[in-house]
Design a protein around this ligand. Structure first.
Ligand SMILES: Nc1ncnc2c1ncn2[C@@H]1O[C@H](COP(=O)(O)OP(=O)(O)O)[C@@H](O)[C@H]1O
Ligand code: SF4
Ligand SMILES: [Mg+2]
Length: 375
């Protein structure tokens, strides 16, 4: 599963925006130096609060936007250099599933036409009758009925419309599907069905998925690896099980503490973030998270942290000055079960919480506290 299908290197997208006619333009660093690798056959999740740059990153990865800086390689070929036939073949291989299935489907087209459209572009070898047959097959593959092809999108529920969106994405026979918040607009009861459908399709069709979400509970059970984004940068990335069980970056810890636990009594203490997310054009020196981090020190305001690597194969990366890839990393990561926290991480959570209630000052980074508490 470790063959790289998609790679981003130092990807940046900066927008110049003007808030009023007279004001000078300010710079929104929507994506600001993202490097990642997506492996063939995996589900790679990108999570973070609204406005952190997830959709912009997705558009860069598909070459729907040109980067300000950096490169994207799909199957080893630079996507920015693609044009003409090369670009058409990229569009065939990489497809998108949108957040809002209603606005992404043309209401004047029948479902048959909507799902058949990509076939007209990418499968010109098929006759009209064969295309009709293929559309039926695709609809059945996503849990709809073949005769739904004659209906219009408004005749379907939200979940069914998302199934139509998925059938449309599958039509070209893609290798990679990018889902930008594919279930966020759906009722909670329907979300699980669509998540299950995506997981089944991935296995059946040997697809690779990039799933974007602001809600961690959704991607927890469907992703192999996860990248956590904050203000255009990846602050933590690694195997999903490890990031969920042993989060290291203070931002990830705060995000995860807000995820409801299915079992009574297992809820983690809530770790609220300090302050507000800075405005999109705010310029923050040093670590982008420093004005919301309880552990910020002078160094955090002076220089941006580099990614440190953890885990047996160095797959777990964390951008924090106080996560230095400790030599006892494997002990730190020891897990007794997929959803169980290590005692160290549990202690860290408890300390965050105690501090928030004024029981203990939090002058130090959790690792430092942890050492004191555990020895
Ligand atoms: N075309 C654009 N012009 C100016 N700013 C943009 C544009 N697209 C996105 N942004 C800004 O970039 C930031 C990231 O946006 P986006 O990628 O949509 O975040 P997310 O998907 O995580 O909610 C936001 O501050 C947004 O306002
Ligand atoms: S401790 Fe410093 S480097 Fe680490 S997340 Fe907080 S502000 Fe950033
Ligand atoms: Mg978005």
């Amino acid at each position: 599963m470790n063959e790289v299908i998609l790679e981003a290197r130092g990807l940046k997208k900066h927008f110049k925006v003007k808030s009023s006619f007279l004001s000078p333009p300010s710079l929104v660093k929507a994506v600001d130096g993202v490097s990642l690798e997506v492996h063939r056959g995996e589900t790679f999740a990108i999570v973070g609060e609204s406005g952190c740059g997830k959709s912009t990153l997705a558009r860069l990865l598909m070459h729907l936007l040109s980067p300000t800086e950096g490169k994207v390689f799909f199957e080893g070929v630079d996507v920015v250099q693609r044009s003409g036939e090369d670009l058409t073949s990229l569009r065939k291989d990489v497809q998108f599933v949108f957040q809002d299935p209603f606005s992404s489907l043309n209401p004047r087209m029948t479902v048959g036409k909507l799902v058949g459209e990509p076939l007209e572009v990418h499968r010109q070898d098929l006759s009209a009758a064969e295309r009709g047959e293929k559309v039926k097959q695709l609809l059945e593959q996503v849990g709809l009925q073949g005769d739904h092809a004659n209906r219009y999108p408004h005749e379907f529920s939200g979940g069914q419309r998302q199934r139509i969106g998925i059938a449309r994405a599958l039509a070209s026979g893609p290798k990679l599907i990018i889902g930008d918040e594919p279930v966020s607009a759906l009722d909670v009861s329907v979300q699980a069905q669509i998540v299950n459908l995506l997981s089944d399709l991935r296995d059946e069709l040997s697809l690779t998925f990039i799933v974007i979400a602001h809600d961690l509970s959704i991607i927890r059970h469907m992703s192999d690896r996860v990248a956590v984004m904050y203000l255009g940068q990846i602050v933590e990335m690694g195997p999903a099980e490890e990031v969920f069980s042993n989060p290291r970056h203070p931002y990830t810890i705060a995000l995860l503490s807000a995820v409801p636990e299915p079992k009574v009594g297992q809820q983690k203490p809530l770790v609220p973030l300090m302050g507000e997310t800075p405005g999109p054009s705010a310029s923050i020196p040093g670590c982008q998270f420093n004005n919301r981090c309880r552990f910020a020190r002078d160094i955090c305001r002076q220089s941006p942290p580099k990614h440190s690597v953890f885990g047996e194969q160095g797959q777990h990366k964390v951008a924090c000055h106080f996560e230095q890839g400790a030599s006892n990393q494997t002990k730190h990561n020891s897990l007794s079960g997929a959803n169980t926290r290590s005692p160290q991480v549990e202690t860290r959570f408890q300390l965050y919480q105690a501090a928030l209630h004024g029981k203990k000052a939090v002058p130090k980074h959790p690792n430092a506290i942890e050492q004191e508490e555990l020895t």
